[in-house]
Design a binder for this molecule. Structure first.
Ligand SMILES: [Fe+2]
Ligand SMILES: [Fe+2]
Length: 294
C-alpha cells in the first residue's frame, strides 16, 4: 500500500454570498467543520472540490470560500483542485478561485499526486443546469490519456455520467456520455468522481467505477423521491478516495453532531483478538473494555 494516494472530495458546498443558505444552513461553517476533521486524518494528497461551490455563482461566495480553502491548503501543504458545477458562474469562478481571465472558457485542469494523474473536467453547460462535454474537451482528454501515468488516472467533474434514484435529478446529469465513455475505456482510469446529487451513490460507466459524493451543504432526501418530491434536508458529509496500485476505493464520511460513539476499540487490541483469540467471547471482552461512548 506504499503508493496509496488519498483524495478528500468535498462536493456541492453551495456557499451563499452572505448569511445562511435557505435561512438556516451556514454552508461555509459546514466546510470549516469538515476541514477540521481532515486535519486530524493522515495527510491526504489532494482536496478535490467537485462543483456547486457557490449557491448562485456570486463573486462574494468565492471571496468567502477561497480564504478558508487556501488557508487550509497553506497550513497543511495539501493541494486543492476547484471544479465548477451548475450553480457556479464560469467568469466569477475563474477569476476568484483560479486567478484566470473572467471569461467563459472551461476550467479543465490536471494535477499530479506523485504518479497519480487527476484530471478535472468542466462539465457545466452554458444553456442549462445539465452536464455536457464538447468535442474539443473530449479531444483534449483523449490526447492526455495517451501520456503515461504510473499510478493511473482519476477523472473528476460535477455531473454524474450515470443515473440515480431521483427522477428530477436524472433530467440534469451528464448528457450523451457515450463518447466520453469510449475514450476512457481501457485507458487506466481507476475511478470517476462526481457530485451534484446531494446523496452518495456508486455505479459503473462501461467498466470504470463511478463514485458520486454527497454534498457538504445539505442533503437530498432519497426517501421522498418515490412520492414525487425533490426534498432538501439538513446534513453534511464528504468522501475519501484511496487510490492504490491495484485499484481504488471510495468511502462516504457522514458529519455527525458531537462526539458520540457506541464503542471505540484500539487497533492493536482488535488485531490481538482477531489473530490470537478469534472467538465471540473474546470480541465481547474487547467491547466491554473499550472506552464508553457518551
Ligand atoms: Fe448542488
Ligand atoms: Fe449541481
Amino acid at each position: 500500500m506504499s503508493d496509496t494516494k488519498v483524495i478528500i472530495q468535498l462536493s456541492d458546498l453551495h456557499i451563499a454570498s452572505s448569511g445562511n443558505l435557505h435561512d438556516t444552513i451556514d454552508s461555509l461553517d459546514n466546510v470549516s467543520q469538515i476541514l477540521e476533521v481532515i486535519e486530524g486524518l493522515a495527510t491526504p494528497d489532494l482536496v478535490l472540490l467537485t462543483g456547486d461551490l457557490a449557491d448562485e455563482g456570486h463573486p462574494d461566495s468565492y471571496k468567502r470560500l477561497r480564504p478558508v480553502i487556501d488557508g487550509f491548503s497553506k497550513k497543511t501543504g495539501i493541494p486543492v483542485m476547484y471544479l465548477p458545477g451548475n450553480h457556479d458562474k464560469r467568469p466569477a469562478f475563474r477569476f476568484n478561485l483560479l486567478d484566470l481571465d473572467e471569461d467563459e472558457q472551461n476550467t479543465d485542469q490536471i494535477l499530479w499526486c506523485g504518479g497519480l494523474r487527476v484530471i478535472g473536467l468542466d462539465s457545466t453547460a452554458l444553456d442549462g443546469p445539465h452536464g455536457e462535454f464538447d468535442d474539443a474537451q473530449l479531444d483534449w482528454l483523449d490526447a492526455e490519456l495517451n501520456k503515461p501515468a504510473p499510478l493511473g488516472t482519476i477523472i473528476a467533474f460535477h455531473h454524474p455520467p450515470i443515473p440515480g434514484p431521483i427522477d428530477a435529478i436524472n433530467l440534469i446529469i451528464l448528457r450523451n456520455p457515450e463518447r466520453f465513455s469510449k475514450i476512457i475505456e481501457g485507458r487506466g482510469v481507476k475511478m470517476i468522481l462526481a457530485g451534484h446529487t446531494h446523496h452518495a451513490s456508486a455505479g459503473i460507466l462501461g467498466t470504470v467505477p463511478v463514485w458520486v459524493a454527497t454534498a457538504t451543504a445539505y442533503q437530498i432526501d432519497v426517501r421522498a423521491s418515490d412520492s414525487g418530491f425533490l426534498r432538501g434536508i439538513p446534513g453534511s458529509g464528504f468522501s475519501r478516495i484511496d487510490v492504490t496500485n491495484e485499484g481504488a476505493f471510495a468511502t462516504h464520511i457522514q458529519m455527525l453532531p458531537g462526539d458520540q460513539h457506541l464503542y471505540n476499540i484500539d487497533l492493536e487490541q482488535m488485531k490481538r483478538y482477531f489473530t490470537e483469540k478469534a472467538s465471540a467471547g473474546a470480541m465481547e471482552e474487547a467491547f466491554a473494555h473499550s472506552s464508553a461512548g457518551e
